[in-house]
Write a protein that binds this ligand. Sequence first.
Ligand code: GRF
Length: 206
Amino acid sequence: MNPVRVAIFASGTGSNAMALINKAKELPNSSLTIEFVLSDKLNAPVLEKAKNAGVRTYLIEKKQTREQHEAEILGVLREHHVDWVLLAGYMRLVSGSFLKQLSQWHDGHSQVVNIHPSLLPEYPGKDSIARAHTDKAEKTGVTIHLVDEGMDTGSILLQEALFLNPHHPLQTWAEEIHRLEHKMYTRFLQDLAFKKHPTNHFQETY
Ligand code: GRF
């Protein structure tokens, strides 16, 4: 059987990346593999954590142009025949040509996904949890969406709401939201492994 090959892109702490890595260890290798964790940040803690968990890592730092940076990343994705790219705190937008190349390898589907700590389209971009907390938002939550060129603008795949106490500190909000993120992202990974969510496998095009 051809496993679903996943790459994780992360720039920071990596709690989502580690939740995905730990979940993958429970799944049969024949169904899904985490090929590597890629970071664009030299000192991203996620790199050390993934290495310690036995996962291959790549550090591909910003280049002079976005095109050069993405060309190098595409090279690694191609080498590993990656089917899905899961962004987990990857602090960089991807270009249309990057997504187009991925679409060509996956029968017209770029298969890049992101997780975001708000109910999009509310609170896109940075510091979403803090902004929702400051606003005492009645309802918050987590979104898993396909990635397009914009900032958190791609089609929504999954969304779950949370009703948090406005009197609780930001720290509590962040913990609750991250817990939900880990639950949703690992469930998504499992759905990929068990084909509840269809995969267009990597296919080289000429
Ligand atoms: C998460 O809240 C994720 O939704 C957002 O960036 C954060 C990354 O956290 N895109 P971590 O590095 O996974 O702990």
